[in-house]
Each structure stands twice: as structure tokens, then as C-alpha cells.
Design a protein. Structure first.
Length: 341
């Protein structure tokens, strides 16, 4: 059976299930966030080029994020738009039309049973530990794993919950990070979720296909978090990406220990080791990064003071000193304010 037939069957399944929809409906839910930041690079230039907090010595915009959600019977939808650099050209390349907004999520879902549901549309990726929205991240700047991985996937997926401790998602997707596919529906992805004990969950992710630039490869990703005690949480993200044609890609691991001194004050560390795989005969390049962040909450507002130190022993990231000479290391301080509603 070819791919077009599979998609046709999936579409008919959505239509044929509509008779079972009941009249229960939830109110329209509106949520989102607003964020802004100040960053100072100790070399007096914007050295660290991962997503977010890229401007040096500036009070700058993050984004305003607006999300809508509604459920009627077994059907639901999510629509989420962002305005500002964090949600647009700091995560997704700006299109030739110069649009001033970005669609974060736009999808519909139908729950056929309590255990099985299908989702179709444009969705935040299931790969990785960090996300675009600052509300869901402890650190304000992003990891190299996030910066180099997929951000969003357009396609159709089905999720089956074996129990509250295990579920499996399988989907067909377009090229990563694009609204529509230039290469057709070319990617397949899957996610196995397990939650063996209370407070511990792990996600094993797989994605095979092309990115927005046409590079074809495979991502294997592990994302896990464990609430060790009421105050202490430990997270881990490990991933590897291999490009089929030239052997390039990346691999890395990031550890996220976080400790909450009170419900309003917490401190977290992100330690990351990241490798750019050399394409062809090119050598690998390795980067290490240590980020220390605080989360200070007051109602819906979270202040995130952050200090970050990166080391690039192979001089691949273009770090420079204040005199313009190349250097292996870079350091920065930032203070972000994130309001969630």
C-alpha cells in the first residue's frame, strides 16, 4: 500500500468517526506568554549564537505567544501564533514574504477511544527536551541540541495509550520546519513514552526524513525527567543525527539538575557536551556549555537571571575576544522576564 493510500484511509477515518461525536463542549481556552530580556556578552559582542537572547547589551524582545484550544465531544483543535524574534527568525528562517508572525501550532485531534487518538496539522516537534515557548523551559537561552534539531513537524500521527505508564506515537510528516512539503510527505517518526514510577517519565524518539534545506537523515533522541524529591528534579536529553549523503550531523548530551528552594525560587544548571559530525573527511568539532539559571516567580511573572560559559576547542563557533581575535571560549549574562497567562 503506497503513502497516498495510507493518507486517504486516515482522512476517511476522521470523516467516518464524526457520527460518534457527542454534544459536550469545553469553553474556548486562551493562553500564552510575553517575554523580554537583557543580555551582556563579556567580550562585548554577540558571541554565543544559539537560539534566543542573541542581542548584546540591549533590552530586547522575545515574543508574544497566543494559543487557542477548544474541545467539542471527541474532537479538539489547537492554534498558536507568535509575534517577535524568539518565535520567528530565531527558530525558523524568515520566509521571503517577510511575515511578522509565526505559526507555532495549528492542528486538529480526534479521540476515537479513550486509548487511541489521531492528530493532523502543524505541530511543535516531539523531539528534544527544550521547546520554543519560554514558559516550558527552565533556562532562557537554548542548548545546542535544541538549536540544531527540528523545531516543528507538519503531518499526521496516531497515538495509542497502552496504560497511563506507556504509550506509542507513529506519524508521517513533511520536511522539518516547513508548513508544506517540497519533497512530499517524506518523513516518518515515532515516540515511545514510558513512566515506570511516579515522577519519572522517558521518551524515546525517532525521526527519519529531510530538513527544510533538503538534508536527509535520521534522528534518535532520548528525553527524560525524574522528580527525585519534592524539591529536586533531574532531566536528561541525549540525541544523535546522521545525514545520509555525507555522514555529517550531530550528537550530544545535556543534563538538567534543578533545585527549588521555595515554590517561588529555584536554581538550575544545564551542562551540555555537543559534537558536530564532520561531513565527508572533515573532522568532528566539539563544544561544551554550562548554563546556570535562576527562576524567581511572582504570580504569572518569572524572572530568569542566567550566566552561561561555552568552550569551543576547535574554533568552529567563531567566538572572539573584545579585541576581535579568535578565542575558544565565550561567556554571557542575561536577565529575562517571562509572563505566562
Amino acid at each position: 500500500m503506497n503513502l497516498k493510500s495510507l493518507l486517504t484511509i486516515a482522512s476517511l477515518s476522521f470523516a467516518s468517526a464524526s457520527f460518534a461525536q457527542d454534544s459536550t463542549s469545553t469553553p474556548l481556552q486562551i493562553s500564552g506568554s510575553v517575554d523580554t530580556y537583557f543580555k551582556y556578552d563579556f567580550a562585548k559582542t554577540g558571541n554565543i549564537g544559539t537560539s534566543f537572547a542573541t542581542d548584546h547589551n540591549s533590552v530586547s524582545l522575545g515574543m508574544i505567544d497566543l494559543a487557542l484550544k477548544k474541545t467539542t465531544g471527541k474532537a479538539s483543535f489547537v492554534g498558536e501564533l507568535s509575534f517577535g524574534p524568539r518565535g520567528q527568525y530565531e527558530t525558523i528562517p524568515n520566509g521571503p514574504d517577510g511575515n511578522s508572525f509565526h505559526i507555532q501550532n495549528l492542528y486538529v485531534n480526534y479521540a476515537f477511544t479513550d486509548k487511541f487518538s489521531m492528530t493532523a496539522g502543524y505541530m511543535g516537534t516531539f523531539v528534544g527536551y527544550e521547546v520554543i515557548s519560554p514558559v516550558a523551559n527552565f533556562n532562557y537561552s537554548s542548548s545546542y541540541l535544541f538549536y540544531n534539531g527540528p523545531f516543528q513537524n507538519a503531518g499526521i500521527k496516531g497515538t495509542y495509550a497502552f496504560s497511563d505508564k506507556a504509550s506509542l506515537m507513529v506519524g508521517l510528516f513533511n520536511d522539518w520546519n516547513t508548513y508544506s512539503a517540497s519533497n512530499g510527505v517524506s518523513a516518518i517518526g515515532a515516540q515511545l513514552m514510558v513512566a515506570p514510577v511516579t515522577g519519572w517519565s522517558a521518551y524515546l524518539n525517532f525521526l527519519n526524513g529531510a530538513d527544510a534545506l533538503g538534508a536527509y537523515g535520521t534522528v534518535f533522541d532520548l528525553t527524560t525527567g525524574y522528580q527525585v524529591t519534592e524539591a529536586f528534579k533531574l532531566g536528561l536529553n541525549a540525541a544523535t543525527y546522521s545525514v545520509k549523503n555525507d555522514g555529517g550531523g550531530y550528537s550530544g548530551v545535556a543534563l538538567y539538575p534543578q533545585y527549588a528552594f521555595t515554590p517561588s525560587v529555584a536554581l538550575g544548571l544545564r551542562g551540555e557536551y555537543f559534537t558536530y559530525k564532520g561531513a565527508g573527511t572533515a573532522p568532528d568539532a566539539n563544544v561544551t556549555s554550562v548554563t546556570l539559571s535562576g527562576n524567581i516567580k511572582a504570580g504569572g511573572l518569572t524572572f530568569i537571571p542566567e550566566v552561561r560559559f561555552d568552550n569551543d576547542k576547535d574554533f568552529t563557533q567563531g567566538f572572539v575576544k573584545s579585541n576581535g581575535l579568535a578565542t575558544k571560549s565565550a561567556a554571557q549574562f542575561s536577565l529575562a522576564a517571562v509572563y505566562a497567562f
